[in-house]
Structures are given as C-alpha cells and as structure tokens.
Design a binder for this molecule. Structure first.
Ligand code: UDP
Ligand code: MG
Length: 322
C-alpha cells in the first residue's frame, strides 16, 4: 500500500488513572507520527478514572485539534474502552495502545511498514517476560496464555498485547461484533485476515500504578477463557464419562462383597464415593452455571459501555468536534 498524504491513522488509548501519562504520551506520539506521511487523530477513552485523567485529556483536546476524548460513565474495563474508541475511529488504520508508555510509540513505525506491505493486522507480543512486572503478574500471564491455548481453538503467542494496528477493513467488521464479554486479543486471532506478529520488549510504566489486582486478573483470565471457548464443558463431559467407566469395575466389586456377606464393611468406601460424585456434580453444574450466566448477560443485550461526554461525533466517517 503506497502511503497517501490524505491517509489518516487513528490511535486509541484507553486510560484508567493515567493523569500524569496523558501529556507525555501525546508528546511522544506526536513526535513519532510527525515523522510519517500520515495525518493522525488520537482518541483517548477515559475508563472511569478516579483521578484527574479526564480533565487532563480534555485540557489537551482543547490545545491539539487532533486529540479527542470519550469519557465513559464508569469503569467498563479495557476491552470495552477500546471498543468505544474503535467505534468512533475514522482512520485508514487504527492503532490501539496503552497510556502508560509500556507500548513503545517508536514501534508504530515498524507496524506501519508491515501495513504498507499489505498486512491487515499487525499485532505485538512480549519478547521476554515483562522485566518490570511483579511476580504475580508474570505467573497469571503465563497461566492465562497456557490456559487459553489449551482450552480454546485459538492459539495466542505468550504475552500477546493489545498494542496492534488494524486496517480499516478489519475495523469495519470489528464494529459489528456485539459480545457482552469482549476479549479483543482472541477476537483478532479468530478474525483471520493477513496478520503479522512482531515481538517487543515492554518499557517501564511511565508513572502511576498498574490497574489490575491479582483477583481482577484471575477473574479476567477465567472470564476471557470461558467467553472464548466451550471446551471446559466438553472436558467435563470427558471427566463424567471416565468416572462412569470406572464404576464398571467398581460395581462387580460391590456385588462380590455383598455375595460374600461383608457388605456392611463398605461404609468408608460409600462415603468416599458419595463425596467424590457430589463434588464432581457440583463442579460440572457450576461450570454449566457460568455459561448460563454468560447467556443471560448476553441476552440482555446491554451496551458494552455508556458515554458520559465526548468532543466528537462520527459523521460520514469524519470526526466532527462538538
Ligand atoms: N485500563 C483501562 N481500564 C481498566 C484497566 C486498565 O482502560 O479497567 C488501561 C490503562 O489505563 C492502560 C491499559 O489499560 O492504558 C493497560 O493497563 P495497565 O497498565 O494497568 O495494565 P498492564 O497491561 O500493564 O498489566
Ligand atoms: Mg501497563
């Protein structure tokens, strides 16, 4: 694809408590993108921050004509914040990245090269475990990628990030996806198109704290895996079948014991068996329950996010300031 002066890039940045990173990122992105032949718009999505992030974004939007903001009505989570940005993006390519400088803006140049070569999606994955991450983050991250690769039909590289470039033809389809539990990394892999993956080494967080606690990470990991695959249900069917087969050997033992007259000695084994099957049934039921819950949430068809305020409207694929 030959760069065209009129072509525009949209950069979408979800922010949750990033008040001291916004200005810094705008400077860094402006410097990098001014070296390219593209126009660009920066769309900041405030995901229910409790600090001054939203005012910081609004302040910058007042200074720079290509900075836009979407203020969500509360914290909806990063994927939903990204969806809010994507739904407004008008660029020929859309780049999503974190606000904390962990996704090096310089990498965008490399992404653009792949895009110009004709790739529709250029995603990134961490080359090495994030040297700045805490131990619990490294462990949950590894378990998450192992889990999702084992339990679903997609294969994600270890450390696949939300730092990626997508062509407008991908964005057009992405805008139509309506999933209550949105997991963009998985959806992008599932989507196909011409994809290139490039490794990167995350930088240190510029300022502030990581938004995810251990509990939030575990919840997100289980939610994403179950939202993306029905395989846990099939695995449970397998476990159920295996246990049923095992009883084929157990029943003759019970019958022989009965015939030989010492059946009453089996109290311990009866209790053990009841406890085992009771536990197994509860586990299977709860897994089914989680899926039913997800159907329930999806069937309500609530929007992924609500907007409290924004300075843009998308009119005929052009962002208009309001
Ligand atoms: N973020 C968000 N909503 C959330 C949590 C995080 O928009 O509920 C944003 C955050 O501001 C940052 C990006 O998502 O721009 C990544 O979050 P963070 O740096 O806290 O986590 P990491 O990916 O580094 O573990
Ligand atoms: Mg970060």
């Amino acid at each position: 694809m030959i760069p065209d002066l009129k072509m525009k890039l949209s950069v979408i940045i979800p922010c949750h408590n990033e008040q001291n990173n916004v200005g810094f990122l705008i400077q860094a992105l402006t410097k990098t993108l001014n070296e390219t032949e593209y126009n660009f718009e920066l769309i900041f999505v405030d995901d229910g921050s409790s600090d001054d992030t939203v005012n910081e974004i609004k302040f910058n939007a007042g200074i720079y004509p290509n900075v836009f903001y979407i203020e969500l009505s509360k914290n909806f989570g990063k994927d939903n914040a990204l969806k809010a940005g994507i739904s407004m993006a008008t660029g020929s390519a859309v780049i999503t990245m974190d606000a904390d400088m962990q996704h090096p803006p310089g990498m965008i140049i490399k992404m653009l090269q792949f895009w110009e070569e004709g790739y529709d999606i250029v995603y990134t994955y961490r080359e090495n475990a994030n040297p700045h991450a805490k131990l619990y983050q490294k462990v949950t991250s590894r378990l998450f990628y192992k889990g999702i690769n084992m339990l679903s039909d997609i294969k994600l590289e270890d450390g696949t990030s939300d730092f990626r470039l997508m062509d407008e033809r991908v964005i057009k389809d992405l805008k139509l996806i309506d999933e209550h539990e949105l997991f963009l990394r998985g959806i992008i892999k599932w989507a196909g198109f011409k994809q290139a993956g490039i490794p990167y080494t995350p930088s240190k967080r510029h300022t502030g704290e990581v938004s995810y606690s251990f509990a939030k990470l575990v919840k997100l990991a289980i939610g994403s895996i179950m939202a993306f695959s029905a395989r846990p249900l099939y695995i449970m069917t397998g476990v159920g079948l295996t246990v049923s087969l095992m009883t084929i050997f157990y029943i003759p033992y019970v019958l022989i014991s009965f015939a030989e007259g010492y059946a009453v000695n089996g109290w311990a084994s009866i209790i053990a068996t009841i406890a085992f099957f009771g536990g197994l049934q509860l586990m299977v039921l709860s897994i089914i329950g989680v899926y039913v819950g997800k159907i329930f949430m999806q069937s309500k068809a609530r929007p992924n996010y609500l907007i409290r305020s924004t300075n843009l409207v998308n009119v005929n694929n052009d962002l208009i300031r309001v």
